[in-house]
Every structure is written in C-alpha cells, then in structure tokens.
Design a protein around this ligand. Structure first.
Ligand code: HEM
Ligand SMILES: Cc1cc2nc3c(=O)[nH]c(=O)nc-3n(C[C@H](O)[C@H](O)[C@H](O)COP(=O)(O)O)c2cc1C
Length: 503
C-alpha cells in the first residue's frame, strides 16, 4: 500500500530543490520535472508544497502526469485530514469578480442561430470567456501590429468576378495532402482548449468530423491525443498533428510514434515559434485581475471607513536582473529545440515518420523554396497569428502578402508542394483570395477556439456553416463552380489601403 502524506509534510517541499504538489488529493514530486515543464518552472513553483489542482486540472490532458512523471514520483495519496482541509478550503472559496461576470454572461448569451459571422462568434466569446483566457486566446506580440495587419492585408486584394457562367451547382470541396475536405479550410493548432470550455479540443474534433473538415491538433492540446483520436466521428476522419520539436530527439520520436499508432495522418512541424513573442495582453492579465479584486475589497471596506493596507514599497520595487514575466503563454517551450536546421532536422523527421510532413510557420519566399528543396509535402505560411517569432517581434509580414510574393517570384513552388496559409482569416472571401493566389487551403486558429468556448461543438459546426455559406456565395459571385477554377487572374493586389468600417 502506498504511504499517505499530510499537508504539513507536503508543505516542507516548497522550493526548486525539492518541489511537491498535490493534484486531486494525490502527492507528486515534480522537482526533476521542473526544467522540462512546457509552461516553465516558475508557474509550478507558485504551487510548491501545496495543492495545485485548481491551476492544473482545467488545462492539462488526463494522461499528462502518467506520461511525464516516472512512477516513483507519484508519491501516494494525501491523508484524510488533508483531504478534508482542501475540501473545506474549496467550499469556503469566494468567487472572484471575473467568475461572477462570466457566469452572468453565459446565462444571457445570444442563441446560436443569431450568430451570422465569425465576428459575431468572437464577440460572444469575448463576453463569456474569463479575462485570463481571453487574454491568452486573443493576445498577440508587442503592439499587435502583425495581428491587425494579418487581417487587414486581405482587404488589399480585390476580385475580378466573371459573369454569364452557370453557377447553380457549386462544389467547394478539395483534398488536403490527399485527404478529402468538404471546404478548403482546416483547423490550425491552438493549445489549451479547455481554458475556454470543459470539453476543449474534443468539441473541435467532433465539430470538424460532423462538417467534414480536418483538424490539426496542437502538441499542447489540453485533451489527450488518445481521447481526441477516439472522438473521431468515424475511423476514417483525418487528423493532423502539430509538433514542437523537443531538444531531445527521443522525446519527439515518442510523440511521433504515439500519433502514428493512433492513426493521425500528417505532421505539421512548427518552425516559427521556438521562442515566445512578447504577448503583453496575456502578460498583463494577472495584474489587471488583481487590480479588479483590490477595487472590490476597497469598495467593501469603504463603508466601514477602512482601507486595505498596501505595502509601503508597492509602487517602488526595483526589478533585479532580467525581466521575467509569466502569462499563460509565458515561459512556454523551455524544452524546444532551438537548433533545428534544414540539414539535420528534416532528414531526422523523414527517418522518424512515414507521415506526410508540412512546415508550419514559413514566412519568406526563400524558405518556401528551401522547403521544396527539402522535399516536404507542404508548407503553411503563418506567423502564428501573433507575429510570434521572437526575433522579428511584431513585424512579420501577413501570410497573404507572402503568398502573393511566392506567386509573383516563384510560381513553380505551387507545382511542387501544397501551400496553405493561416492568420487573420475572417470571411469566406479571405479563403477565396488565398485560393486564387495558389493556396490549397486556409487554416483558422482562434476562430475555432472562440467558437468552442462560446457554444461547444455546436459553435464549431456553426463556424464551418458560416464559412461554407460565404465560400459558396463568393464562388457564385466570382463565376466559378469548383476550387480549381480559382486562379491568379481573378485577383488583384492594390497598393493603397481601403477604408475599413470595423475590424
Ligand atoms: C505537476 C504539476 C503541474 C502543475 C502545477 C502545472 C501547472 C501549470 C500551470 C499553472 C500552467 C500555466 C497556465 C496558466 O498560467 O494559467 C501550466 C502550463 C502548461 N503545462 Fe503544466 N503543470 C504541471 C504539470 C504538467 C505536466 C505533467 C505537463 C505535461 C506535459 C504539463 C504541460 C503544460 C503545458 C503544455 C503548459 C502550457 C501550455 C501553453 O501555454 O500553451 N504540465 N502548467
Ligand atoms: C491561443 C493560441 C494558441 C496557439 N497554439 C498553438 C500551438 O500550440 N501550436 C502551433 O503551432 N500554433 C499555435 N497557435 C497558432 C495557430 O496554429 C495559428 O497559426 C494561428 O492561430 C492562425 O491565426 P488566426 O488565429 O488568426 O486564425 C496558437 C494560436 C493561438 C491564438
């Protein structure tokens, strides 16, 4: 029988030299795991020596502890006195202002049939998501210029619609890497789906299956890969896997064998986000929430003529050494391979997996050409939706502009591999513009997180239906009946910025 532990015993292991945590009334020694934690060691150290269930549970896949901690680090259960104390603490916990706001917003949410555009969906998500989750899902690098431009760039491309062509029968379906897709769109990998909805990425797997589109599952999905594979609507529903290459090849080899065993159909190797960009909206969330709570406390004591004490030096603390900030995305990818290269990583990946390989995060014509030379099956032109690439900070070119440059400078690329883009896609017409320039399909990241957060699986289905309607309507207005007929002659880029009413 495993030994039981008291809260006092756990509390003694409250430092990086010996760090224990309690999760669901079980005690874990995570000391050796700290440097490997994908969310960074600091975030775990916040809970060192105490219960971490509330922080851990909502965002980690069920199998995370079994997969990453060797059995001897699963120390055993908490004793019954400890369990009772935690239960009492949980029952006595006061709801935060933000939790109350979210509950009220969920209760008066618009019915889903009133959601007619992706912007409507995003507006509901904004209302019903916690402040912290919204900050993480919506945040982007530095001044968010890339984020805004990703979207605005589509407006600089105009169509040349053709008339007097029969369009009563329109077929917007295509194939992606040989797998059928009902529309030329797919779900781009986004982590931590459970922050937005208890079922998280499961909503997306089911919604994608029901509507016949393909989901790329994040390396850091908050639902286990096993559960997601099991949630497929049929065994033939394709699933793509997004890989963050670990600096230890063996760790990534294990990931790849796992997903191959589960029947995944392609690997998207992320090449643009080994380091996190500076996502200030996300980083500020904890401070702003604290300020909210403080205001509430101040309001509560104001009636009694008391003010809560503030430490004397609260406004005047010197920051020693390097500035280290931890939002939800902060410190991520501490285990990333920062030495990936064309000559080493791609041959390694080809040797390790039989699945088709796509490079996610290509941002230049030169790298698109190198990808052709490397013999991969596809490239996803992307700046992670956030101008994420740390060295470029917030100044990555919008993917539609990179696509345009490839079309102009190296159109041969499109004959040699499949080209996709993501970032900033909000309308069916955005999809059609990318297809005219030669993209095979277009990915959406945030849109599906917003949808599943707001309405679960139904939200995902509604998002696909909205895009389907807009794509079919757009094809009719362009005078085409299949995606093959969308060609560069149907689109023109202007060098002025159209006026936009709302973004
Ligand atoms: C053992 C105790 C653990 C604790 C207390 C813990 C806690 C946390 C916390 C608090 C965050 C940041 C989320 C936020 O700021 O709201 C986080 C992020 C993360 N954790 Fe853990 N974690 C633990 C173990 C694990 C394990 C075993 C894995 C498995 C790989 C894991 C994977 C991740 C990932 C992938 C993220 C970051 C996701 C992202 O930002 O995209 N964690 N963790
Ligand atoms: C909240 C969030 C989480 C993300 N997580 C990942 C991830 O785990 N892996 C990855 O390769 N890309 C990730 N991305 C980037 C997306 O795959 C995609 O490139 C981006 O969201 C596309 O832009 P869009 O959100 O404007 O559609 C994430 C993006 C967001 C906004």
């Amino acid at each position: 029988m495993a030994r039981v532990w008291s809260l006092q015993e756990v509390a003694q292991h409250n430092a990086s030299s010996s760090c224990w945590v309690v999760i669901n009334n079980k005690v874990y020694d995570v000391t050796d795991f700290l440097p490997a934690h994908p969310g960074g060691d600091k975030i775990i150290l916040k809970y060192a020596g105490r219960d971490a269930t509330a922080a851990y549970e909502p965002i980690h896949p069920k199998d995370a502890l079994d997969k990453h901690l060797p059995p001897e680090k699963h120390l055993g259960p908490l004793d019954s006195a400890g369990t009772d104390v935690l239960k009492e603490e949980q029952a006595a916990r006061r709801k935060t202002q933000d939790e109350i706001r979210v509950e009220q917003a969920r209760a008066r949410k618009r019915p889903i049939n009133q959601i007619l555009s992706l912007q409507d969906m995003e507006d509901v998500a904004h209302e019903v998501l916690s402040y912290k989750t919204w900050a993480f899902y919506r945040s982007a690098s530095d001044d968010e210029i890339t984020y805004n431009e990703n979207r605005r760039a589509f407006s600089r491309f105009f169509f040349h619609p053709r008339v007097l062509r029969p369009v009563s029968k329109v077929d917007p379906s295509t194939t992606i890497l040989g797998f059928s897709s009902s529309l030329p769109i797919f779900v781009s990998a986004a982590s931590l789906g459970k922050l937005g909805h208890p079922l998280g990425e499961l909503n997306i797997t089911r919604g994608a299956g029901r509507t016949g589109i393909i989901q790329m599952i994040s390396h850091y999905a908050s639902v286990s890969r096993q559960e997601l594979a099991a949630a497929r609507i049929s065994p033939s529903q394709p699933l793509f896997f997004q890989l963050y290459k670990d600096k230890d090849d063996k760790v990534s080899e294990k990931d790849l064998h796992e997903i191959e065993g589960l029947g995944f159909n392609a690997v998207f190797l992320t090449v643009d986000a080994s380091l996190n960009g500076n996502r200030e909206r996300d980083l500020k969330a904890p401070f702003e929430l604290e300020a909210q709570e403080r205001l509430l406390e101040e309001a509560q004591v104001a009636g009694k003529g008391e003010m809560p004490e503030r430490p004397e030096d609260a406004d005047n603390k010197l920051v020693e050494g390097e500035l280290v900030l931890v939002g939800t995305s902060g410190g991520l990818r501490t285990t990333s391979d920062l030495d990936m290269s064309w000559s080493r990583t791609l041959p390694w990946l080809r040797r390790t997996t039989k699945l088709p390989i796509v490079l996610k995060g290509i941002q230049t014509v030169a790298d698109a050409v190198m990808a052709v030379e490397a013999g991969v099956e596809g490239i996803l032109i992307s700046n992670h939706g956030v101008g994420h690439f740390a060295e470029l900070f917030c100044s990555s070119l919008p993917p539609i502009e990179v696509l345009y440059r490839i079309r102009k400078e190296r159109p041969d690329v499109f004959d040699k591999l499949e080209v996709y883009i993501d970032c900033g896609v909000h309308r069916g017409t955005d999809v059609l513009k990318a297809l005219c320039l030669g993209a095979r399909a277009v990915g959406l990241g945030r849109a599906f997180h917003f949808a599943q957060s707001a309405y679960g699986e139904a939200g995902v289905v509604q998002t696909v239906r909205i895009l389907q309607r807009e794509i079919i309507l757009g094809m009719r207005l362009l005078g085409v009946t299949s995606v093959k007929e969308l060609v560069p002659e149907m689109i023109e880029r202007v060098d002025w910025q159209p006026l936009l009413s709302k973004m």
